[in-house]
Write a protein that binds this ligand. Structure first.
Ligand code: ADP
Ligand code: ADP
Length: 218
């Protein structure tokens, strides 16, 4: 199992963000985590990436418990919803900085630039890039340490229609060799990119279906 979540609950003050959430993701799946704003998607993703702790329940990534921060973070590439890019850095410089933090070889930087279609922009400063290319930089950084699992929080929100299609295509391509959990509030995105959908509303999982089952039932 690439991701397994058992009975996770999380409350902020008196706001229940996650209520007894359970689901799992097999190796190689691309799963859409679908729900409206405030449903609890980011909260669950932050628990999986070990940035925050659940109040109760347990979760594993690549069979490592989220209590094992080091191994879980090695297993995961994370693209947060509001990715704090260093706008004043050149693309290559930013990736080199991240490669250094994760002790990744220089050769790997060229690979992720190629893989994410950043080659024509790699010599530019991040603040010169369109939003779509900034997302590619975020994806490239998430891929640097060659993690088995990618956690992508609303990766296409705010993109223009053209960029949105390009980023979806790229994610689908990357998904041929990774396990992906992708959050979105758009069913169309799930249909375009994912094999399965887990639907969350007000912190509760309300559906978990393969896309072909959904198609057959409509
Ligand atoms: P989504 O990602 O689906 O939009 P979130 O996980 O961001 O939802 O939020 C779920 C709920 O938890 C919301 O009601 C949100 O306001 C609340 N929440 C999330 N993080 C915090 C926090 N750090 N403090 C207080 N409330 C929070
Ligand atoms: P993200 O989507 O990346 O979580 P947000 O802008 O939703 O970014 O949240 C920024 C920070 O504020 C996060 O750490 C989040 O947990 C926290 N947060 C979100 N909702 C609330 C809330 N209702 N009250 C307090 N903090 C919140």
């Amino acid at each position: 199992m690439s991701i397994s979540v058992q009975n996770i609950s999380k409350t902020f003050g008196n706001q229940k963000a996650l209520d007894n959430v359970t689901f799992s993701i097999n190796k190689g799946e691309i799963v859409g985590f679908l729900g409206p704003n405030g449903a609890g998607k980011s909260t669950l993703m932050k628990i999986l990436t070990t940035y925050i702790l659940a109040d109760s329940g347990d979760a594993q990534v690549n069979d490592y418990s989220v209590a094992d921060k080091i191994n879980v973070q090695k297993s995961i590439g994370y693209l947060p919803e509001h990715n704090p890019l260093y706008l004043d850095m050149y693309v290559k410089e930013y990736l080199a900085f991240n490669a250094n933090v994760y002790k990744v070889s220089k050769a790997r930087i060229a690979e992720v630039i190629e893989q994410t279609g950043l080659t024509p922009e790699a010599h530019k400063k991040i603040d010169q890039l369109s939003k779509g290319y900034r997302q590619r930089v975020g994806l490239a950084a998430a891929l640097l340490h060659n993690p088995e699992v990618l956690i992508l929080d609303e990766p296409t929100t705010g993109l223009d229609p053209n960029q949105l299609l390009e980023i979806r295509k790229l994610i689908k391509e990357i998904g041929k060799e990774k396990t992906i959990l992708l959050s979105t509030h758009i069913m169309k995105e799930v249909e375009a990119v994912c094999d399965r959908v887990v639907i969350i509303n007000k912190g509760v999982i309300v559906a978990d279906k393969k896309l072909n089952e959904l198609r057959d039932s409509t």
